[in-house]
Ligand binder design. Sequence first.
Ligand code: RB5
Length: 141
Amino acid sequence: MNKIYIASDHAGFEMKEAIKKSMNNISFIDLGTHSLDSVDYPDYAYALSNEVKKDEDSVGILICGTGIGMCLAANKVSGIRCANVTSVTFAELAKQHNKANVISLSGRYSSVELNVEIINAFLSSTFEERHMKRINKLDKK
Ligand code: RB5
């Protein structure tokens, strides 16, 4: 299986741990954080994004309070297409239409069950090549 990175800040830490426990059939590569101590989400978004950028078959899951800060930071890294996802349909579309290689999730406003469904939908969806022209425009910026 391709590499699946996961990282969170303190606000996403408990969600990250719950997701790993619930999806124990998947070997997530956990880039932290490893406690509830306060940290800065950009540090974790950049660390994960730089790993995903190195290996085009890999994907990443980022979690903060809302998912918004992680998404903003991840999209600063060239080659990263991160979508902040709060529904299964958007998880599918982020992969099918936007070729998202990272999704960001909410640790505080989504349930573990929903986030697990979102991750499964993201991992099992495939990019639709007809959208490639738009992805090339995104990646050129
Ligand atoms: C941390 O308190 C919180 O601001 C952060 O996790 C995130 O939600 C930012 O977008």
